[in-house]
Design a protein around this ligand. Structure first.
Ligand code: HEM
Length: 429
């Protein structure tokens, strides 16, 4: 019933329940009693969403590009995308915080916009029930686009929120669902925005509502103004923002991320005391395989295969890089000081010129979870900050951060910074 969140409308509906002449069906304009609905409120919410959802769509597409999906099937969770992958490009390594910013914005903005999306849907709900369903072919097409718009929007927000809450209850893999859902939603969104923009801009100039199918012919007593309603929605967005954005910062701010399952937990203290996604136990890492005696890194290239212990790796020229961990779920850490062997120097051990290394295929000891292997493009291997890290913040990597050794590459999504590395195969993919 279109009465929440404003109490003034509730008595009006109760009164209607007792009034035998009151409209009973939501298809009747008189059924909707809220005095707040109208083109002005809908237009303001619509224009906020126009900007916000465009940013969501672009950052989402960029998130997919960051996987370098064209490089190898292991990086691509949406292989059947066809022409929808037209925009893909070789993911850069500069600036090193690029993916951290992109995914932080995508997820934090998505959550922050949720009250605006719900308020917008509330403001137009009478239209969804209006009869006849189609007055003309154009009207029918517009209504079909509305179904794709509303359905697509709810689908994207729901799958997105479920994904970051680690509730993988959707009917299939998140990646193709959210990716294709995004295109359907955004296409309907663009059509809707183009159709409605002139009206929306005109409505903004007129706070006093002209007659319109959103304006209730039998408005209940107002208990809040339209601006008050916007403050209410804005307050909801602000609350979600301040209880989410903290997942992008270390220290006390992270504890404010009350809604983020991975974002706000306590990563412990000390050099290895920063956020992780999967623990060694969750990934099925057997400590017997990571000990100094047992573990050997296997590196393969045109010059053959090299097996190195951790002690031997630590004897090679070591370099340091200050790089963040940026998770696809939207949380991230600030820059950590990693120390290890440059990937390009490892390529040189198996027959490549360190100045012109090839692509790299990395396999982990990990037994559970996604991304047990990943591919890195030559530009990522060539970057002097890209390391096979053995230490972090001056200390050996902890098991949960990928001991004996892990990949760390600037600007790459967390899932491509493979932990518990077992094999590295250099060669163009
Ligand atoms: C509350 C809202 C949203 C949340 C929490 C959310 C969350 C996410 C997350 C976590 C990812 C990365 C998934 C991964 O790589 O593992 C993602 C990817 C993406 N999102 Fe969203 N999203 C939201 C809304 C949207 C909307 C409204 C759109 C479109 C307009 C969108 C478009 C995309 C696209 C295209 C991708 C790339 C999918 C892929 O990598 O296969 N998202 N989103």
């Amino acid at each position: 019933m279109g009465c929440a969140p404003f109490p003034g409308v509730i008595p009006a509906y109760r009164q209607d329940m007792r009034d035998p002449d009151a409209p009973r069906l939501p298809s009747s304009p008189g059924f909707w009693r809220s005095p707040l609905r109208g083109p002005w409120l809908t237009s303001v919410l619509g224009l906020v969403l126009l900007a916000g959802i465009t940013v969501l769509f672009v950052t989402g597409l960029v998130s997919y590009a960051a996987y370098n999906p064209g490089l190898s099937p292991v990086n691509d969770k949406t292989p059947d995308k066809g022409i929808l992958g037209f925009y893909l490009f070789a993911w850069p390594t500069r600036p090193h915080w690029l993916y951290r910013l992109n995914q932080g914005v995508h997820v934090t903005l998505g959550i922050t916009l949720t009250p605006v999306l719900l308020a917008k849907l509330w403001s137009v709900v009478p239209r969804l029930f209006a009869l006849p369903p189609a007055r003309s072919l154009a009207h029918a097409l517009e209504r079909i686009s509305l179904v794709l718009l509303v359905g697509g929007g709810l689908f994207e927000f729901v799958t997105g929120v479920l994904n970051i809450q680690l509730d993988y209850v959707f009917p299939g893999s998140f990646y193709p669902l959210h990716f294709y859902g995004a295109w359907v939603f955004f296409a309907a969104f663009v059509a809707h925005a183009l159709l409605k923009m002139p009206t929306a801009l005109r409505n903004l100039r007129h706070l006093r509502e002209e007659r319109n199918d959103l304006v209730s012919p039998r408005p209940a007593e107002p208990t809040v103004s339209r601006r008050g309603a916007l403050w209410f929605v804005g307050g909801g967005s602000l609350l979600l923002f301040v209880t989410t954005v903290g997942q992008n910062f270390d220290g006390p701010l992270r504890r404010t991320a009350l809604l983020a399952p991975h974002g706000g937990g306590d990563p412990g203290s000390g050099p290895n005391g920063f956020q992780i996604n999967k623990t060694a136990a969750y990934a099925g890492i057997d400590p017997a395989e990571t000990g100094e005696e047992a573990w050997r890194l296997v590196i393969t290239g045109p010059a053959g295969t090299v097996r190195l212990s951790r002690a031997q790796l630590a004897q090679l020229p070591l370099h340091s890089s200050a790089l963040p961990i940026a998770c696809v779920e939207g949380w991230s850490t600030s820059d950590q000081w990693w120390r290890g062997v440059r990937l390009r120097d490892l390529a040189a051990l198996v027959g490549y010129d360190a100045g012109d290394p090839p692509d790299l295929f990395v396999e982990s000891l990990q037994r559970h979870g996604a991304f047990r292997s990943a591919a890195l493009r030559a530009n990522q291997v060539a970057d002097p900050r890209s390391l096979l890290a053995l230490y972090v913040n001056g200390e050996e990597l902890s098991p949960d951060h990928g001991h004996p050794a892990r990949i760390i590459v600037p600007a790459a999504p967390g899932v491509l910074n493979t932990k518990w590395v077992a094999r590295m195969t250099f060669g163009d993919l």
